[in-house]
Design a protein around this ligand. Sequence first.
Ligand code: PXP
Length: 239
Amino acid sequence: MINLGVNIDHVATVRNARGEKHPNPSTAAKNAIKFGANSITIHLREDRRHINDNDLKIISSIKRIPLNLEIAANSKMLKIALKYKPNYVCLVPEKRQEITTEGGLNLKKNKKKIKHAVQKLNNSKIRTSLFINPSINDIKMAYEIGSDCVEIHTGKISNLIKAKKNFKKEFVKIKKCAIFAKSLNLKVHAGHGLDYKTTKTLNQIKQITEYNIGHFIIGESIQHGLKKVIKKFIKILKK
Ligand code: PXP
């Protein structure tokens, strides 16, 4: 079964543009689950540019919403995650100036810190995932760290496909990583920059069992509605 996680950060982006209460991210989260999404992803950034602490508090209290919280691997964020106990945590790198998460974690540099965070989360029975670039070495390290899953950053292949450039090399790289991760019993997820076409392409890699998609789903929903967009993704992932 291939899972669709809907990232609702940009519902909060639109709300924050006016500094008021509308549109409500928790309503979007409930609707996405109602329309067939398997989980909801929110990224609590250090600058709270979209999702804020109150959103996390509300959404994590709604038991029918399987929640995937993305955070940087630092003690402040870890404390928040352990307080609200989402179902899943995905550790991501974070740079304040970036527009979006530009690459995977530097596991080599931050191995000790990330291992500590994963252990704490595992002790709290929170499923852990590490957002990584498609690299065999990073998968080895994710295994050594003891993470349950890896989420492969699909930004590069997405950009190549959208620009109609040759994406074969990147596709093979992701496929090799997915096969290797699965052989180590790591669950394989994918995310970043995905749309219908890129998801359809990546869905040929059967080892990938979860897609986390945000910007495209929320953007496309403005034109076609969240229900239609989610149903279309579910259809693609069933093939
Ligand atoms: N997965 C992770 C770990 C991310 O950091 C992001 C972006 O916040 C996404 C998935 C979703 O990316 P996009 O909004 O481009 O679909």
